[in-house]
Ligand binder design. Structure first.
Ligand code: AMP
Ligand code: GLY
Length: 423
């Protein structure tokens, strides 16, 4: 069949790499893609948010399935757009309906869903411009640190964690009254602070049943020892050594099952990935957030550990027979290290020539912010490459990633040398 994959990051290169291993995949189009997907599939330079252009491509290329990488088109309703269009409704979209995508698109929606379904999460209250002073008084009843979350999508920047009460109150006003994150902070969720170690749980669902994918842990801060600014993710490992059988059982029973049941109870159409951001407090799992897509760079370790045919799994999702499907995984560990542009996550330069890609041995390099220019691969984003390796342990795997990164070069290249330091 002909498949259209939307997105352009390391996640999409990993999904493309895996789908192309399926005998069921005839032609793969990626919109807009990057230099990595350009080398293995057909890139089409359209935005995943331009639904009219996506439609035209789907019709022209006789697309049989659409796989959505990032959250924005899902929150904007691409699933429903296909379902409600006569020329498109026969084409399954892997991703939730717009209603389901609210789990990521609105923090308040997600919190209400969690509480309603008795899923462990931080206590919270939400506030708007009209109730900003109530919010300031609510902060006085909490202990530091204070967690403020813009309700809507804010490109990963909408969560503030502050130690000082007056500063937290000022930031609450900035968000609600000053529109610090635009419409995304028209509502703000204030949450109890949870202290623990974070990990990511990935679920594939057809809305009725589900399959668990391997767990992963990502490293979000730019600096070694988890210091400095937040990024999209600087590296990841899978499996997660501290997530033992007993802990995994708690996650499945207390969090995954009630999540899928909650979707069913509310008649929320959901045929795609659920990414549950978790925190381990003592020995107990709590939900920090839902995302309605795969994580990046977690995908670059989770998908390589999948031994089953991903296209077959997606077909099972589309046809609501995931319950009968089998999802098998590779016993080995996988690690990935993100190679980024100097300056990221703040200002950085683009267009730097990347060398050494052909010298990599024993790792898979997934491209993120790259593009092809006159036949050369150059940087085009903050996160540039994800270097993924397998090993009998995560420590064996990470050694290979680092050995191969030494062969890569571009001007002002940076990466964290301590991925896995806390395991
Ligand atoms: P989110 O966008 O909801 O994932 O939040 C971004 C980051 O803020 C998370 O990855 C956590 O590190 C942190 N965070 C969010 N909520 C809490 C909380 N209630 N307690 C402690 N840390 C949190
Ligand atoms: N790596 C975290 C995310 O994809 O949101």
């Amino acid at each position: 069949m002909n498949i259209l994959l939307l997105g352009s990051g390391g996640r999409e290169h990993a999904l493309a790499w895996k789908m192309l291993q399926s005998p069921k995949c005839d032609k793969l189009f990626v919109a807009p893609g990057n230099a990595g997907t350009d080398a293995i599939a057909t890139n089409v330079n359209i935005s995943p948010l331009d639904f009219e252009a996506v439609k035209q491509l789907a019709v022209e290329q006789a697309i049989n399935m659409v796989v959505v990488g990032p959250e924005d088109p899902l929150v904007k309703g691409i699933y429903d757009y296909f379902k409600n269009d006569n020329e498109l409704k026969h084409i399954p979209v892997i991703g939730p309906s717009q209603h389901g995508a609210q789990l990521e698109g609105s923090k308040e929606f997600a919190k209400k869903f969690l509480i309603k379904n008795n899923i462990p999460t931080a206590a919270y209250s939400s506030f708007s411009k009209e109730t900003v002073e109530d919010g300031c008084r609510f902060l006085e009843t909490l202990k530091a640190p204070y967690v403020l979350k813009a309700d809507g999508l804010a490109a990963g920047k909408g969560v503030l964690i502050l130690n000082d009460l007056a500063e937290a109150q000022q930031e609450l006003r900035n968000m609600l009254v000053g529109a610090k994150f635009g419409q995304a902070s028209a509502k703000v969720v204030i949450e109890e602070f949870l202290s623990g170690i974070e990990l990511s749980c990935f679920v594939l669902t057809d809305g009725k049943s589900y399959k668990l994918l391997p767990m992963a842990k990502d490293y979000k801060r730019i600096g070694e020892g988890d210091t400095g600014l937040n990024t999209g993710g600087m590296g990841a490992v899978s499996p997660v050594p501290f997530a033992d059988e007993v802990f995994l059982q708690k996650i499945e029973e207390r969090i995954v099952k009630p999540t899928i049941q909650g979707l069913k109870n509310d008649n929320i159409e959901y045929k795609g990935f659920v990414f549950i951001g978790l925190i381990k407090v003592g020995d107990e799992p709590y939900v920090i957030e839902y995302n309605v897509r795969m994580g990046d760079p977690e995908t670059e370790v989770v998908i390589p550990r999948l031994t089953s045919d991903l296209v077959e799994l997606f077909e099972a999702v589309a046809e609501e027979r995931l319950g009968d499907a089998v999802l098998e995984t590779d016993e080995r560990s996988a690690t990935t290290v993100m190679v980024v542009s100097g300056g990221y996550p703040e200002d950085y330069e683009k267009g730097k020539a990347i060398s050494g890609l052909a010298d990599v041995e024993g790792s898979v390099v997934f491209h993120a912010g790259t593009k092809t220019e006159n036949g050369n691969v150059v940087t085009s984003g903050g996160r540039v490459l994800a270097v993924t390796s397998y090993g009998d342990t995560w420590a064996d795997a990470i050694k290979k990633s680092y050995q191969n990164i030494e062969k890569l070069h571009f001007d002002k290249m940076y990466y964290r040398k301590d991925i896995g330091f806390d395991l």
